[in-house]
Design a protein around this ligand. Structure first.
Ligand SMILES: Cc1ncc(COP(=O)(O)O)c(C=O)c1O
Length: 468
């Protein structure tokens, strides 16, 4: 098999390792002619819920293929998309959502969310609300609208092509490990972030602010930082105070990966009872990698405004509400619920995080781990040169990606990243863990064993470079 690639992605002309087989939480890949067995610690980009090669999913796919027929959704619809929307509404706290739009990727879902938000205000006769507040060090996708509300190296690279950044103000990142000051309590840190957001809203004229977008639990931007106590409830209250829509991006952290009640939404960990986002984007585990599906969940307030207004949503995608994708996603979600897999990943993932914390932070061992953070099935490990001062490694060493390589060499697939400390300059190293919902205690123990072995290898390499 040649190593030359004609797929225009990642490294041009060179194939990344190619998957040839996968079952459950293991996969077989070919790299430079060698066949390698990998334990999948991150399921692509936190996508896989059921693991690979699930026999029941093949039956679901077979049935869906026979019982779904492509139509252009604005002209002729299908019941599968209705059923999937109803399922999400029914498996979320009562009153949270009233409707859903299905599309094909997380970027597309955020792109649509921005347009739904803009049209919401127009439906209410308000033409002034045009600004989308979001957060520093954030990622909402690679389409131009989604990138405009993101803050990272990719957005910086394409900055001249984005929505005018005056219309996309950014509030400070929420990142206690680095920015909660010595002696500052959690409540005080939260309040400082809320004060900064309120100032940003006021400085931008609240009458022109349409929405505030936050990743409930950030993922690829700075690695799974659980929001401090009171942070999301405080943002909800500020949105209410200034008549602004609250948009949660749960593309990576939602749909069962981090829910404490065996349900779907990550915000159920953090918002107060009766508090909901107005609009929410989801993706990834919705189709568990078997189909390309994502969505926008719309709360009753937004739905009512459209009903009282034009009654129609402007714009449509050829593959919106795709019957086959919706039928497969629904079958997968029903199986996940029936088998209690959202509960399983919450428990097993929290156990994985607790053991990593204990071994890498609390043991007092000298190592390159500054922080272990996350919740449920979504964790990250931040790598630093100095645990006490939190000094980062030289960006050129590319430690995040090196750690990914060392994990690979130890038979573990993880996602290594740079940019948690400074997402624009790409400084600060971490890697993500997001195993499939079907993981067992043995799988978790094996992930930990391989992480520890990779950390040892990475540390030896850093020592040989004189960097640790
Ligand atoms: C929070 C968040 N939003 C949106 C996206 C974009 O999703 P996609 O890559 O499916 O377009 C991602 C991708 O990682 C994400 O993490």
């Amino acid at each position: 098999m040649s190593n030359e690639s004609v797929v225009f992605q990642s490294v041009i002309n060179k194939k990344p390792p190619q998957v040839i087989k996968a079952k459950g939480v293991y996969m077989t890949v070919v790299k430079d002619g060698k066949t390698i067995e990998l334990l999948d610690g991150v399921t692509g980009a936190a996508v896989g819920a059921l693991g690979a090669g699930d026999e029941e999913v093949y039956e679901i796919i077979n049935e869906a293929a026979k019982n779904s027929f492509y139509t252009y959704p604005s002209l002729i619809g299908n019941q599968h998309s209705e059923d999937l929307a109803q399922f999400y509404i029914d498996h979320s706290p009562k009153g949270a959502f009233a409707s859903a739009l299905w599309c094909c990727s997380g970027s597309e879902s955020n792109e649509n969310a921005l347009k739904i938000i803009r049209q919401y205000w127009l439906e209410k006769g308000n033409t002034k609300k045009i600004k989308f507040i979001s957060r520093e060090t954030s990622y909402h996708g690679f389409t131009l609208g989604a990138l405009s509300i993101s803050s990272n190296g990719r957005a910086e690279f394409l900055k001249d092509s984005l929505i005018d950044q005056e219309k996309c103000p950014k509030m400070p990142v929420c990142y206690p490990y680095r920015y909660q000051k010595e002696g500052q309590s959690e409540e005080e840190y939260t309040q400082s972030l809320l004060d900064a957001l309120e100032k940003l809203i006021i400085d931008n004229d609240p009458e022109t602010v349409a929405s505030v977008t936050i990743e409930t639990l950030p993922g690829s931007s700075l690695g799974t930082v659980p929001p401090p106590k009171g942070y999301l409830p405080g943002i909800r209250k500020l949105c209410d105070k200034y008549d602004i829509l609250m948009h949660l991006d749960e593309v990576m952290c939602g749909t069962g990966r981090t829910n404490p009640n065996g349900g779907l939404n990550c915000w159920e960990n953090f918002l107060e009872p009766g508090q909901f986002p107005d609009i929410q984007t989801v993706g990834k585990t919705l189709g568990s990698g078997y189909v390309t599906i994502a969505g926008v969940l719309v709360g009753p307030k937004i739905k009512k405004a459209y009903e009282a207004g034009s009654g129609a949503i402007v714009g449509s995608h050829t593959y919106a509400s795709h019957g086959f994708n919706c039928a497969v996603a629904l079958g997968i979600q029903k199986k996940i619920m029936r088998e209690g897999l959202t509960k399983n990943i919450f428990e097993k993932g929290n156990r994985m995080g607790a053991i990593l914390k204990e071994k890498l932070l609390e043991s007092g061992e000298e190592n390159i781990v500054g922080d272990v953070r996350g919740i449920g099935g979504f964790w990250s490990v931040e790598l630093v040169k100095n645990k006490k001062t939190k000094e980062i490694f030289d960006k050129k060493l590319d430690v995040g990606h090196k750690m990914q390589d060392y994990c690979f060499n130890n038979g573990l697939n993880v996602m290594g990243m740079q940019g948690c400390k400074d997402n624009i300059k790409g400084e600060g190293d971490f890697f993500l863990l997001a195993p499939a919902f079907v993981v067992t205690d043995e799988d978790v123990d094996e992930i930990i064993k391989r992480v520890l072995a990779a950390l040892k290898d990475c540390t030896e390499w850093l020592k040989s470079e004189g960097a640790f």
